[in-house]
Ligand binder design. Structure first.
Ligand SMILES: Nc1ncnc2c1ncn2[C@@H]1O[C@H](COP(=O)(O)OP(=O)(O)OP(=O)(O)O)[C@@H](O)[C@H]1O
Ligand code: SF4
Ligand SMILES: [Mg+2]
Length: 400
């Protein structure tokens, strides 16, 4: 990982002008270091006391480069949306650093925060609930101009909104219609137009097409790609659909239980993953080539995802990892490029035993590996039972 500290500043509150400078293509526009977001768990009514914390994001580091799309994937609950909200300053960070154009932004307020918010926008998952049903499309898209009148003075706003409708492929004459008069895909276009209104540089898309029909998904993805070229945007693209993420992303980060466990170019991650969790997650991606499909060996993970309030010691993936050893219990693996790997396998991976997967490793071998790992790491019988029944359900042998 490029720990680019060249642009680090003294820590003084940045002036708005600091955010106007251009970042060259391929240089970091956002530098995230050791970002933490813990939600306190409290007990008691009269005397509330903190009894723990949900470690939703727990030490995440990465760079977002100017003009790139960084895909973020991982199971439900691994902290993707929380990461997005902290980057957007919608949730305060518990710790760590976020630098935008070299300036620390994670603890900003007032006009400096307002200036950053203008440049970093978000497109949400559900176009059905994220648009106010009582506002016209013109008011929804133009609402950000109330906070930032300098972008479109009052007399120009109707024109600016009509331009935006045109840019996202909607008829500018629809400006006075209400959200219910549009289809799901059209509503997401409205959400994107609103995200573009302030001419941002970064757009964080949190599951932007998950709620749409498959046929409409492609159109919205194409629109996002077209807009990226047109407006020189950098995207962080969170999604469940691994094929879509591969299609749109230049680089991909894989999250597990509040941490990024592997990050690299789309080819490095999809074809040369070295972290067991990434290998398991990506083994489920459909392969169009029938020959490749035959040699493809899907890894079915057993066991539940541990609670983010009480993650396992050492490597968080160890309770489900078939390669786990004693070292994994005691030592947290750092996200770094392992010196023993080369070629496309040489990229950041948080595993003590990072290695490319041997295609064709049989299920039996993995099962042996799994139980050996369980014995070694002392996983409790109860945990194993949960894993067992999950596997049975998967194989259709369970009671249900
Ligand atoms: N406001 C909150 N208070 C307490 N816990 C929260 C809060 N928001 C999120 N969490 C918890 O933080 C963890 C991460 O949640 P998050 O929504 O970021 O996951 P996600 O990866 O976006 O999941 P999904 O793929 O289902 O959208 C979860 O355990 C969730 O329950
Ligand atoms: S560090 Fe150990 S438990 Fe974690 S992914 Fe690597 S082998 Fe598995
Ligand atoms: Mg989410």
């Amino acid at each position: 990982m490029t720990a680019n500290g060249a642009s680090a500043t003294s820590g003084a509150v940045p002036q708005e002008a600091a955010f106007d400078q251009e970042v060259p293509r391929g240089e970091p526009i956002l530098e995230v270091r050791n970002l933490v977001k813990h939600f306190p768990l409290t007990r008691g009514v009269l005397f509330r006391r903190q009894v723990g914390a949900v470690k939703a994001v727990d030490g995440v580091s990465f760079d977002l480069m100017q003009g790139e799309t960084l895909g973020i994937v991982g199971e439900s609950g691994c902290g993707k949306s929380t990461l997005a909200k902290v980057l957007m300053n919608l949730e305060p960070a518990t710790g760590g650093s976020v630098r935008y154009k070299g300036e620390e932004i994670s603890r900003l307020s007032g006009s400096a925060l307002k200036a950053v918010r203008r440049n970093i926008q978000m497109v949400f998952q559900d176009p059905y609930t994220s648009l106010n049903p009582r506002m016209t499309v013109g008011d929804i898209i133009g609402e950000p101009y109330e906070i930032h009148p300098e972008v479109a003075p009052r007399g120009d706003r109707r024109r600016a909104v009509q331009d935006l409708l045109d840019v996202v492929g909607l008829n500018p004459e629809y400006i006075n219609r209400y959200p219910h008069q549009f289809s799901g895909g059209q509503r997401q276009r409205i959400g994107i137009a609103r995200g573009l209104a302030l001419k941002p540089e970064i757009i964080i898309c949190d599951e932007p097409v998950s709620a749409l029909d498959v046929s409409v998904q492609a159109q919205v993805i194409n629109l996002l790609e077209q807009l990226q070229g047109e407006f020189n945007l950098s995207y962080m693209f969170i999604a469940h659909d691994l094929s879509i993420v591969r299609h749109i992303s230049d680089r991909v980060g894989v999250m597990y239980l509040g941490k990024v466990v592997e990050i690299g170019s789309d080819t490095e991650i999809y074809d040369h993953a070295t972290h067991p969790y990434a290998q398991a997650l990506l083994s489920a991606v459909p392969v169009p080539d029938p020959t490749a499909r035959e040699s493809r060996d899907r890894i079915v993970l057993t066991g539940d995802v541990p609670s983010p309030a009480n993650p396992p010691s050492g490597c968080r993936f160890r309770t489900r990892c078939w390669k786990a050893q004693e070292r994994c219990v005691v030592e947290v693996p750092l996200l770094a490029s392992p010196s023993w790997l080369e070629g496309a396998a040489f990229h950041d991976s948080a595993c003590h035993f990072a290695a490319e997967r041997e295609i064709g490793q049989s299920a039996a071998e993995r099962e042996i590996g799994q139980s050996a790992a369980e014995r070694e790491i002392g996983q409790s019988a109860a945990e194993r039972e949960i894993g067992q029944s999950a596997a049975e359900r998967e194989n259709g042998q369970g009671a249900d």
